[in-house]
Design a protein around this ligand. Structure first.
Ligand SMILES: Nc1ncnc2c1ncn2[C@@H]1O[C@H](COP(=O)(O)OP(=O)(O)OP(=O)(O)O)[C@@H](O)[C@H]1O
Ligand SMILES: [Mg+2]
Length: 336
């Protein structure tokens, strides 16, 4: 069975085809709008919608052609139905449903964060349920006990900024541009992670919740104090901030592994591409099995939607009703 996956929840248009027989992604395309939003310092929803509208159909054509297929050979269409930006979600959903109806094939809406989690199951070796999951992205910071497909217990989450959001805001303070995560990581390579003593938020609390807004403000105050900041101080700020995030994620995740007794950890979301954070978790959690997606499958992509779609074919339908859910807690999934 060949599942076409369509991702349009934010500022990436992702399309891919997953083949359940070869258990491989046979073709994938990704177009990032990041440069279009950069001058505004963040995603402008209306611009994102218009760009998805322009790029989605040509990308679907290209993906199908590069797989050596004809559109009629697609067996099902999966699309991101939430959470995400309303306009971009509507464009993905309506395109997916139109294609499915025209081909007389089923379509299925996918939870974006579940797709970030499930993409790890495509790797070899793959984790097996139950496992702990740390989802760190532009809109989320979640620690999850993934008990089985569709059954996710949220152990903790951010009370304010998501991790990626904190990276983006600190990058804005340091005038590095958008998206901030990769820019901070690059600059931090030249900095001293011990130069500034930033807090490790909520690590003394006996729960698995996070808070990154105060950490971002601490960077802002140090930045203000420095007045005429030079490049080396900027790099020190970036490295010290990144170290504080890495430590915080490690401390919370280590405690969650201890308390749940889970020995496998799955990491997903755009921030999972950060090498400093990867290394901190690998080193600090030695003795446990840790799974990261390949770098190109950490941030939003169509492959994760096509692959997640393959698990939910049984829920696929042939209706035109648009069931997008811009707000959709992962814990609401409850086995579909
Ligand atoms: N190397 C990196 N280091 C740190 N952060 C990074 C890195 N690469 C990307 N990011 C951050 O990851 C985020 C984008 O990730 P992703 O595409 O998963 O988020 P999203 O889809 O916008 O949010 P969500 O998945 O929560 O809906 C941005 O905030 C970006 O700054
Ligand atoms: Mg995402």
């Amino acid at each position: 069975m060949k599942v076409l996956g369509i991702e349009t929840s934010c500022d990436e248009t992702g399309v891919a085809i997953y083949d359940t027989e070869s258990t491989k992604i046979v073709s994938e395309q990704l177009y990032s709008q990041a440069s279009k939003h950069a001058e505004y310092g963040g995603v402008v929803p209306e611009l994102a919608s218009r760009d998805h509208l322009k790029k989605l159909i040509p990308l679907i054509r290209l993906t199908v052609r590069e797989a050596g297929l004809n559109l009629k050979e697609i067996d099902a269409v999966a699309y991101t139905s939430g959470p995400g930006l309303r306009g971009p979600l509507l464009i993905g959903a309506s395109t997916a449903k139109s294609i499915a109806l025209a081909l007389n094939k089923p379509s299925v809406g996918i939870h974006h964060m579940e797709a970030h989690l499930l993409i790890n199951l495509l790797e070899n070796p793959a984790p097996s349920f139950p496992f702990l999951t740390l989802l760190i992205s532009g809109g989320h910071c979640l620690l999850i006990n993934a008990k089985s497909l569709g059954d996710y217990e949220i152990l903790g989450q951010t009370l304010d900024d998501a991790v990626g959001e904190a990276f983006d805001k600190v990058a804005k303070i340091l005038d590095l541009g958008y998206p901030g995560g990769p820019k901070i990581e690059e600059l931090a390579k030249r900095g001293d992670p011990t130069a500034f003593q930033f807090p490790r938020p909520m690590t003394n609390k006996n729960n698995f919740d996070f808070s990154f807004s105060g950490l971002k403000t601490a960077v802002y105050y140090e930045f203000q104090n420095l007045k005429q900041i030079n490049d080396s101080q900027k790099a020190d700020l970036a490295a010290s901030f990144q170290a504080a995030v890495s430590d915080t994620l490690l401390i919370k995740t280590r405690e969650a592994m201890k308390q749940t007794g889970l020995k496998e950890l799955v990491i997903g979301g755009g921030v999972a591409s950060n090498k400093c954070i990867r290394n901190a978790l690998i080193t600090g959690l030695e003795g446990n099995k840790i799974y990261f997606p390949p770098i190109n499958r950490c941030t939003d992509n169509g492959a994760m939607i096509a692959f997640a779609g393959s698990f939910y074919i049984k829920n696929a339908e042939r209706t035109l009703g648009l069931d997008i859910k811009p707000r959709w807690p992962l814990s609401d999934l409850n086995n579909g």
